[in-house]
Design a protein around this ligand. Structure first.
Ligand code: HEC
Length: 174
């Protein structure tokens, strides 16, 4: 599964270029108006192998953290607070009955400057569809559609700056 994932990440550009001619729903996150759609692939992956995320569509998932976020995310429950500029990306994918891997939704959490979004503890939640269109972003397009993200994260992650990490068995430790 890890090898498959590395291959998926490495070929993301070609996948975008290949769609939609061959009929499959392939990744176009790279064509999103949000640059994180392609940048995340270069960020540190904290999942030793993809795992099923039951709270994000029951799809396979990993968690990547950008340069600002990585050293903090690595502390897991001892994180304290994420500094402004920290972004965590959760790409998800499924395996079709014929064995093809298909990218699904890309989930992002970005910590904004203090006071930017008091209702969400300054976290901006973003979801990008497989075709690259924006499902929504806190304070941006379809902000209302992102309210449920904050509700769940603020509840489950009340002591960890709204982050909820990943199951212990799949964590990369420094
Ligand atoms: C019902 C609860 C729930 C909802 C709703 C939810 N999440 Fe999560 N989220 C979690 C849990 C639990 C984890 C960690 C475990 C996992 O990956 O399943 C997580 C992890 C994440 C992560 C990795 C950062 C972290 O917390 O460690 C991101 C990014 C993320 N979610 C974004 C979103 C976005 C964007 C939405 C809305 C479109 C959303 N989530 C909706 C529960 C939820």
């Amino acid at each position: 599964m890890r090898t498959l994932y590395d291959c998926l990440i490495e070929t993301m550009d070609q996948q975008a270029a290949a769609s939609p001619a061959d009929g499959a729903i392939l990744a176009s996150w790279t064509q999103s108006e949000r640059s994180e759609g392609q940048d995340f692939a270069f960020w540190k992956n904290f999942a030793s192998t993809p795992y099923i995320s039951f709270t994000h569509g029951e799809r396979f998932a990993t968690n990547h953290a950008n340069d600002i976020a990585a050293e903090h995310y690595a502390r897991y429950e001892d994180i304290g607070e994420m500094p402004a500029g920290g972004i965590v990306a959760k790409p998800t994918f499924s395996i079709s009955p014929t064995g093809e891997a298909l990218w699904e939704t890309l989930f992002l959490m970005e910590k904004a400057a203090e006071g930017t979004s008091p209702d969400t503890n300054d976290w901006l939640y973003t979801a990008i569809m497989p075709d690259g269109t924006l499902m929504g972003r806190t304070l941006g397009a379809n902000s209302d559609a992102m309210v449920f993200c904050a509700s769940c994260h603020m509840g489950m992650g009340a002591d960890t700056d709204d982050l909820t990490f990943l199951p212990e068995d799949y964590r990369v430790r420094n």
